[in-house]
Ligand binder design. Structure first.
Ligand code: BGC
Length: 781
């Protein structure tokens, strides 16, 4: 793979390879025929109905298409990466000739404007460019990482964050984000868990829809919004061993019931583009996978947007041992359904010959170009292609953005432990020790994929505390230990955590002792530990979940002083905190909280915000428990789930959906509107929730179901509804969760269909996956 930020695009090379026909491919990839029929009364769930085309848009695009040369068409299908170095003359020339349709990594408004003027005013057909960028959790103002947004269990917060991010990106002329990432991740060794919504397809689907709405608004082209790109289709999160880019082998059952649903939900929510994944899915590269990109995406789901490859993933079809060379790679990708090639140039180089010898049909090219032009049309680029360069700076890191970033960050924190109600801390403390390598690191407060963010905008925990308290309050702060990934990252040139400065053992020991001395001199110690931003994200997989470096030793030494210790975690995967869960009174997971992260953490520590987030994954005790997702099937010796290992508990440290608050809640009076529901209808389930504590706080009500029998075994519990509510002290509210029985449908590996099978179901409502308020309902035909 070439560097993430090439300084100039690759010049075109002549085509060298003779292409092969792919007639056998669709047959090879087709699903086996059903072996068993669905149970008599099962209601087969139909796939999505096609979205009505817009005749005006179609007519416009078809007219344009009829006037385009093959070279111009391939230009629309080509995306070039540009970083912030000056645009070379060859790029200008390609724009004039209509040989490029899109750029990525161009975030400077003036540069975007210059390139767009060139395309619209100096290319033969005046087709505007589309500018893509990884707006993953904010643009200039950085919001909490996506796994944190999922931990809010509040789709409105996720929508708000992405809406604010879209506003900033669109202000500089970026009109397309490579987000949201919808990969289900059940292996926290995989670094990109950070970019998704965790382990669960239901939570993942709701977060997917919310983020698509946030980026795109009510419809594609709404001012202040940008095009979403759902990625990586599909199965990337199941990389073998959690090793980034490795192949994924996923059973049809898991693919249909776990990995595909968030994508399907996002397609139904109107996502305008989709990115194919890097890896092999069950032996076929996702970027050359006709079954995925055509049969599932187009035929079954009627996706009407366009498909972009991942970075060089068209060209690298040969690396997989799938295509025989660049020309074959180009033909296979476009025939599978990849409309635009990201950064490699085999479409440009090799598709002319392929069209010439009919390896690729002209109609296939036209379909790809039509999808791309329609997206540009829907975005309004043909009517209004230009960004207002003079207005752009005033739209970035505004007070409104900061306020939103701070409150979204506070809403994502998860309180994991709070012995003796140590948190919130008293506002009348006189001495606080703030210790750890992440207390004052701006990049590590922002998190990975913050490429357009600026360090100087970011507020660290130390800065926030210093600002919050008068000089009379002593905030003793030091790192205690340093951490370093010790290996290069793909973003090194753009974005770096502080490098270690303590070069000798003596210096390191002295710093450690100094930190512990500061703890001894203080009334309370807050340790800000976790992982540097580069330890999560792309090419950031780990083989261990331990706190990196000597952080565990630092934590143990701080606790050994006898002072009350609060552990604040900055990270984006569950770490091995089993010791801390028994010895550290308070543990607050704040993820990578973003530009206003320090202020949000200070709000949480001192009770100006009350943690209300819940875990979007089950938290393992150690790396050996992976995978430990809650939705699993029950088998032999069901009443002893804790002894599947003889050398450790087989239960997670914290269950999926878990989270505490500074107040307390009781639940009661679980009621169903009826004992049964017709298949396809909705069953109202209500529960009374009371805030029994002394402060206002949030609780997340979660509804789980279990199908007792059917054509296949069903998971012991599956999330099927949730709602986050805010209650004043003493307040009781009846919360109604609507159980849509369509959500009970599943794809059975026995019937090879998705259906709702009439049966008896268990139902639980509670505040995590161990919810105990139980009832039973039946689904009838
Ligand atoms: C990543 C994508 C990303 C693209 C462009 C790839 O390496 O896998 O998620 O959108 O680069 O930055």
């Amino acid at each position: 793979m070439s560097p993430k930020f090439p300084t100039s695009p690759k010049p075109p090379t002549p085509s060298k390879f003779i292409l092969r026909h792919l007639t056998a491919l669709a047959l090879t990839l087709a699903l086996p025929l059903p072996i068993f029929a669905a149970p008599e009364a099962a209601r087969t769930v139909a796939d999505t109905a096609p979205i009505a085309p817009d005749p005006k848009a179609e007519a416009f695009v078809n007219d344009l298409l009829a006037r385009m040369t093959l070279s111009e068409k391939l230009g629309q299908m080509s995306q070039i990466a540009l970083n912030q170095t000056p645009t070379g003359a060859d790029v200008d020339d390609r724009i004039r000739k209509g040989e490029v349709g899109s750029f990525l990594f161009t975030t400077d408004a003036a540069r975007i404007s210059r390139l767009q003027h060139l395309a619209v005013e100096h290319s033969r057909l005046h087709i505007p460019l589309i500018f893509g960028f990884d707006v993953i959790h904010g643009f200039r103002t950085i919001y909490p990482v996506p796994i944190a947004l999922a931990a809010s269990w509040d789709p409105k917060q996720a929508e708000r964050a992405q809406n604010m991010a879209a506003r900033e990106a669109s202000a500089v002329g970026v009109n397309w984000t490579f987000a949201p990432m919808l990969d289900i991740a059940r292996d926290p060794r995989w670094g990109r868990m950070m970019e998704g919504a965790g382990e669960d397809p239901y939570l993942g689907s709701r977060m997917a829809e919310a983020q698509v709405r946030g980026f795109q608004g009510e419809h594609i082209g709404e001012p202040g919004h940008i095009l979403a790109c759902i990625k990586h289709f599909v199965g990337y999160g199941a990389a073998a061993g959690g090793r980034d880019y490795e192949e994924a082998n996923i059973s049809d059952e898991q693919l249909e019931n776990v990995y595909l649903p968030p994508f399907h939900a996002a397609v139904n929510a109107g996502a305008g583009s989709l990115m194919s994944a890097y890896m092999d899915l069950n032996g076929v590269p996702a970027t050359g996978n006709h079954w995925l990109l055509h049969d599932v995406l187009r035929e079954r789901w009627h996706f009407s947007g366009f498909v972009v490859s991942d970075w060089e993933s068209v060209q690298s079809l040969s690396t997989h041992g799938f295509s025989s060379g660049p020309a074959d790679a180009a033909a296979r990708a476009v025939n599978a359904g990849v409309d635009m090639e990201m950064t490699s140039s085999v479409y440009h180089d090799d598709l002319p010959a392929a069209v010439n010898d009919s390896t690729v049909k002209q109609a296939t090219i036209d379909d790809a170009v039509r999808d791309i032009l329609l997206a540009k049309y829907r975005l309004g680029l043909f009517q209004n292609p230009y960004v207002d360069v003079s207005r752009a700076p005033s739209q970035l890191v505004t007070a409104e953005q900061r306020t939103a970033a701070r409150s979204v960050a506070a809403s994502t924190a998860v309180l994991l432990r709070n012995q003796g109600n140590l948190l919130p801390l008293s506002k009348s403390l006189h001495t606080i020790a703030l210790i750890g390598p992440l207390t004052d690191s701006k990049p590590d407060t922002m998190g990975s994929w913050s490429l357009a963010g600026h360090y100087e905008d970011t507020v660290t925990v130390l800065e926030a505390l210093r600002k919050r308290f008068p000089a009379s309050v002593a905030i003793h702060s030091t790192k205690g230990v340093e951490i370093d990934r010790g290996a290069p990252t793909i973003f090194d040139a753009q974005f770096q955590s502080p490098k270690p400065t303590l070069k000798t053992d003596e210096a390191r020991e002295s710093e450690f002792r100094h930190a512990i001395d500061l703890v001894k001199q203080s009334e309370v110690a807050v340790l800000v530990l976790g992982e540097q931003q580069s330890m999560s994200g792309e090419r950031a997989s780990r083989s261990s979940l331990k706190l990196p470096g000597q952080q565990q030793e630092l934590l143990e030494a701080a606790v050994a002083t006898g002072k009350p210790v609060v552990l604040v975690l900055l990270n984006a995967r569950p770490l091995d905190i089993t010791w801390a869960s028994e010895h550290v009174p308070s543990i607050l997971e704040v993820w990578y909280p973003g530009t206003e992260g320090g202020n949000a953490v200070a709000d949480l520590l001192f009770g100006d915000a009350n943690p209300g987030g819940h875990l979007p994954f089950a938290w393992p005790r150690s790396v050996g428990q992976i995978p430990i997702n809650y939705a699993r099937n029950l088998t032999q010796i069901p009443d002893d789930p804790d002894h599947r290992y003889w050398d450790s508990s087989s239960l997670p440290l914290y269950p999926f959906g878990y989270g505490l608050t500074y107040t307390s809640f009781t639940l009661g009076h679980l009621k169903q509107a009826a004992p049964s529901a017709r298949s396809g209808s909705t069953l109202a389930v209500s529960v009374d929730v009371t805030n029994t504590g002394k402060s206002a706080g949030d609780q997340v009500l979660q509804l789980y179901t279990h199908q007792r029998s059917g054509s296949a075994s069903r998971p012991i519990r599956e999330l099927k509804g949730f709602q986050r509510v805010t209650l004043k002290p003493g307040e009781t509210r009846t919360v109604t969760l609507s159980l849509d029985t369509n959500q009970l449908s599943f794809w059975s590996s026995q019937t090879h269909t998705r259906s709702i099978e009439p049966d008896t179901f268990d139902l639980w409502v509670g505040t995590d996956a161990n919810a105990s308020d139980h009832s039973i309902f039946t689904v009838t035909e």
